[in-house]
Design a protein around this ligand. Structure first.
Ligand SMILES: Cc1ncc(COP(=O)(O)O)c(CN[C@@](C)(CC(=O)O)C(=O)O)c1O
Length: 401
């Protein structure tokens, strides 16, 4: 028999599998609200003009194709964490922020979780919000951490169940690892308020928990990179030694370039050196060193004040278009007398809206209306535009009635 006779067919990915189904659909009216990838008002992927300018600059530079260091392009690492933590952040100024370029957010999560599995003594369990991005659990398991959940979303209010979240974080064994979405929670689009983040910081500190931040949407949530980094910067100011996963997939539209960072706040430059050396020992046997092009694009943009300013205006345009689609979808659903409360579609933040649609309603939308979204009822708002939002609202209204 074949060597692979015992290999079983695995399930399609809950998110990326939706795009496959969408591609296979030939109906002209089809809409892909699955994967969280930005589309412009014509439904097309968007290469930011600031990125196109950086491409031209790089093309002229005719750089070589040598290996990067294990922890990536140093200029990129520095500029990326300055964007996240702020240029005046104490760990950066005091030379005690360990950082490595990563294979986008996913790679940052994998390296970060493996580092904790190897070096974080207080716990080998990471607690993730319920619900969370589907890949968090799979990455944790591959990294060697146990994965548990804490209550986060309240289906009744389609909002944050802050009391339950606090109760669960307080109930975790001291020193537990708590995964926190820094902004634009995926899939619910529901974030703690700044006041609530301050309370969470106190609780995490009181219980000596470890704050593990995933910031995949900085700038994309509110259109303001500083505002979206509030939780990260507040926790660091409060003295938490956080780990941060950063992605430039969405806010710079660099999905396929696979560019991000993983960083850890340490106690001193000497400790940073030890942590850096151990990060390298996680990365070298995993993928040795990261791809160069995305790092050069991001550092070209962030190092150049005009290009950076242009990028910041472009990320605000993307965020604003999504907010506009939230308004329009809400108004259409109300116009159509769709049963239920739909305010959450407007109040939610970032790429996604957690509609509250049931799995069988999601299936009906795919089969009858050629509209594709994940079975948890999450829609990627960027998949909506002025020419399909009405059709989507009508179809959604029908399955809800
Ligand atoms: C919370 C969160 N963290 C990390 C990532 C990883 O992104 P990256 O590796 O591309 O940087 C995503 C992407 N989530 C998407 C947008 C795409 C996906 O599922 O991979 C989503 O549709 O949920 C995410 O939503």
């Amino acid at each position: 028999t074949s060597v692979w006779a015992s290999v079983k067919a695995g399930p399609p990915d809950a998110i990326l599998g939706i795009s496959e189904a969408f591609k296979a659909d030939t109906d002209a009216k089809k809409i892909n609200l699955g994967v969280g990838a930005y589309r412009d008002n014509n439904g097309k992927p968007y290469v930011l003009p600031s990125v196109q300018k950086a491409e031209e600059i790089l093309f002229k530079e005719k750089a070589d194709k040598e290996y990067l260091p294990i922890t990536g392009l140093a200029s990129f690492d520095k500029l990326a964490v300055e964007l996240a933590y702020g240029e005046n952040s104490a760990p950066i100024k005091e030379g005690r922020l360990a950082v490595s370029q990563s294979i986008s957010g996913t790679g940052a999560l994998r390296v970060g979780m493996e580092f904790l599995a190897d070096h974080y003594g207080a716990s080998k369990t990471i607690y993730v919000p319920n619900p969370t991005w589907g890949n968090h659990t799979a990455i944790a398991k591959k990294a060697g951490l146990k994965c548990e959940k804490y209550r986060y979303f309240d289906p009744a209010t389609v909002g944050l169940n802050f009391e339950a979240m606090v109760e669960d974080i307080n109930a975790m064994p001291e020193g537990s690892i708590v995964l926190l979405h820094a902004c634009a929670h995926n899939p619910t689009g529901v974030d703690p308020t700044q006041e609530q983040w301050k309370q969470l910081s106190d609780i995490v500190k009181a219980k000596k928990h470890f704050a593990f931040f995933d910031m995949a949407y900085q700038g994309f949530a509110s259109g303001d990179t500083v505002r979206d980094a509030f939780a990260v910067r507040y926790f660091v100011e409060q003295g938490h030694q956080i780990l941060l996963c950063q992605s430039f997939a969405k806010n710079l539209g660099l999905y396929g370039e696979r560019i991000g960072t993983v960083s850890l706040v340490t106690a001193s430059a000497e400790e940073k050196a030890r942590v850096d050396s151990q990060l390298k020992l996680v990365i070298r046997p995993m993928y040795s060193n990261p791809p160069v092009h995305g790092a050069r694009l991001v550092s070209t943009i962030l190092a150049n004040p005009e290009l950076k300013a242009e990028w910041l205006s472009e990320v605000k345009v993307m965020a604003d278009r999504i907010i506009d689609m939230r308004e329009k979808l809400y108004n259409k659903l109300v116009e159509l007398n769709t049963p239920g409360e739909w305010g959450h579609i407007k109040s939610q933040i970032g790429m996604f809206s957690f509609t509250g649609l049931k799995p069988e309603q999601v299936d009906a939308l795919a089969q009858k209306a050629h509209i594709y979204l994940t079975r948890d009822g999450r829609i990627s708002m960027a998949g909506l535009n002025d020419s399909n939002v009405e059709y989507f609202a009508e179809s959604m209204s029908k399955v809800v009635k």
